[in-house]
Design a protein. Structure first.
Length: 161
């Protein structure tokens, strides 16, 4: 039996956790619900409506909580998607911004639930940790000037082309 994940992000939703999970499952094909809990009688929510769900996306566990309207997502926390191809970047960016999401700067997108995602090429960490500071600066300048990240343009900036 695999070891249980030690730290699990909990995502607060306003009664639409199930809708959000289904949206994420349509994007990440290996998603699944692992367990659910329900509001009990006398709670400040409809009896037996979903309280929490532990679910999995891309092998990582999350908790969805139907906590109510008190808190909303903001950019202070985001989920990063490691993409090895431009096709992956394009697909995740398009799907996550569908139905009311939005594209932000530097590869960030916000989905229709307000959750922020960073759609990032796998090559970025190596480029940004290069010992040649001029390469790093060119790549950072390129990233800062983009919305959806473009691998070919990042590679050109890295090479100084």
């Amino acid at each position: 039996m695999p070891a249980k994940q030690k730290i699990t992000p909990c995502l607060w939703f306003n009664g639409n956790a199930e809708e959000a999970m289904n949206f994420y499952f349509s994007i990440f094909k290996d998603g699944k619900i692992l367990e659910k809990t329900y509001w009990k009688k006398g709670a400040n929510a409809p009896e037996l409506s979903l309280l929490t769900a532990r679910f999995q996306l891309a092998g990582e566990e999350y908790i969805a909580l139907n906590g109510g309207p008190e808190f909303k997502f903001n950019e202070a926390i985001s989920l990063t998607i490691d993409c090895s191809t431009q096709a992956e970047i394009d697909e995740f960016s398009e799907k996550l911004t569908a139905d009311g999401g939005e594209v932000g700067p530097c590869g960030w997108v916000k989905d229709k639930f307000g959750l922020s995602w960073q759609v990032v090429p796998s090559i970025i960490p190596a480029m940004l940790s290069d010992k040649d500071q001029s390469k790093v600066e060119r790549v950072m300048d390129a990233v800062m000037g983009m919305r959806k990240l473009d691998i070919s343009k990042l590679e050109a900036a890295y090479k100084g082309a």
